[in-house]
Design a protein around this ligand. Structure first.
Ligand SMILES: [Zn+2]
Length: 422
């Protein structure tokens, strides 16, 4: 039933090509798009350090015509892409904070959670999501592999620092009991050997329990040309259809699904053991709106062409500024900026620096694959570069007024889906 040739990069110290579908095992997979070779997004070299040898990984997007899963063509060892010093904390983004508060409000109401119910969050990061359940008076546990787990524990969010596996799931259940709700936000597409992960979730989930996942949405990715979210942390790019197919293989039915605004367009999907919850109309609505078969193939071919055109258009915009001797900076250094910068070919001769807000762990490091320094944002208000490219363009509406209010007078540019001045 499950694929026999799953690409397992964990423990390889390198990478393993994805030669058959990670979910259904079908081969060969169709190539959608190739973005070239990319550095790991979270291994940022300190400013001033002599550049040393670094791994670069081929970045290809594949499509399974059998189960419709869109997936990366390479699995990279998690110790490379999620190093212990992983510099990402979810609590710093307002859109994420608001979304997680809303996730709690929606799920606690819909599921009628009791005070003694245990909620487990896989890939809990700094505890921003599960902290909402804690405030609601429920028992909670976060599971997080990186050192950010220490920050969570210091904040009073009980967090087990570990990669998630079926073995860990068994230990957690023995110690804490079964979970009424298990959440996985922005990690369910990241972990390799997805079938073992779902088995681990089932191991911890109470018979009437609910699994809630949030993932970047393939259809939103295609519609808004978010090719910059393609990097090696993201092994799979789910539609509701492909995600439901995966969960169905394990006896889980999706009973509610809806779009949410995080990361420029994501989906929140509720699943439970077959027959334990009535399936809501939202599931059919979302499935009906998704392309499949030949329509999906055409949609993916159009995407490939549009990605190429967007690169050329951004080149044209940047060239006009540089020919006049203008200076350019970048706004914020999310992981997705690494794909954009490296695919488009922006380097330290084109972009003087990238700004992050005070407190960001990325300040003092270089953008992956380049020598562009990440600096504290006060610098751009002091030296007023002619143009600022918003690398967190998916939250440009939130950022642009703040940058103006703080006194930036130059041109604000959003690089995607169509490069343009705001
Ligand atoms: Zn498949």
């Amino acid at each position: 039933m499950f694929p026999s040739k799953v690409a397992r990069a964990a423990g390889s110290g390198g990478s393993v090509p994805v030669e058959c579908c990670q979910v259904c095992g079908h081969a060969p997979l169709e190539t959608v798009l190739t973005l070239g070779y990319m550095p790991p997004v979270n291994q940022m070299v300190p400013v001033g350090e002599v550049p040393r040898q670094q791994p670069w990984f081929p970045t290809t997007l594949l499509h399974c015509e059998k189960c419709e899963l869109v997936q990366l063509g390479l699995a990279v060892d998690p110790v490379i892409i999620f190093p212990p010093e992983y510099p990402y904390t979810s609590g710093m983004t307002k859109v994420l904070r608001d979304n997680f508060a809303e996730l709690y409000a929606e799920s606690s109401k819909m599921l009628g959670l009791g005070k003694n119910d245990l909620i487990i969050d896989i890939g809990s990061n700094d505890g921003t999501l599960i902290g909402n359940f804690q405030k609601g008076g429920h028992r909670i546990l976060g599971i997080e592999p990186t050192d950010v787990a220490k920050i969570a524990n210091e904040r009073g969010i009980p967090t087990l620092q570990s990669y998630f596996s079926k073995e860990i799931a068994g230990k957690v259940k023995a110690k804490y009991g079964a979970a009424k709700v298990i959440t996985a936000a922005n990690c369910f597409a990241h972990i390799e050997d997805i079938h073992a992960i779902v088995e681990g979730i089932l191991e911890m989930l109470a018979p009437d329990g609910v699994f809630i996942s949030e993932s970047h949405y393939l259809i939103g990715l295609l519609d808004r040309l978010q090719y910059d979210t393609i990097y090696h942390e993201h092994l799979r790019y789910y539609s509701v259809g492909s995600l439901a197919h995966l969960l169905r293989m394990h006896g889980l039915d999706v009973f509610h699904a809806r779009p949410i605004p995080t990361h420029g367009g994501s989906i929140r999907v509720y699943a439970a053991r077959r027959g334990t919850r009535p399936v809501q109309a939202s599931v059919k609505q979302m499935l009906d709106a998704e392309p499949r078969g030949e329509a999906m193939r055409k949609r993916l071919a159009a995407f490939r062409n549009d990605v190429m055109l967007s690169k050329l258009r951004l080149h044209a915009l940047v060239r006009d500024i540089k020919e006049k001797g203008g200076r350019i900076c970048g706004i914020s250094a999310p992981s997705r900026a690494s794909t954009l910068v490296n695919y488009v070919g922006l380097d330290e001769a084109i972009v003087d620096y990238v700004c992050e807000i005070q407190g960001s762990l990325k300040i003092g490091k270089c953008m992956p694959g380049t020598l562009i320094p990440v600096v504290e944002e006060s610098r751009m208000f002091a030296d007023q570069p002619d143009c600022a490219i918003i690398f967190s363009w998916h939250i440009a509406d939130e950022l642009a007024p703040k940058l103006r209010a703080k006194g930036y007078k130059g041109m604000l540019v959003t690089p995607l889906p169509v490069p343009r001045a705001l």
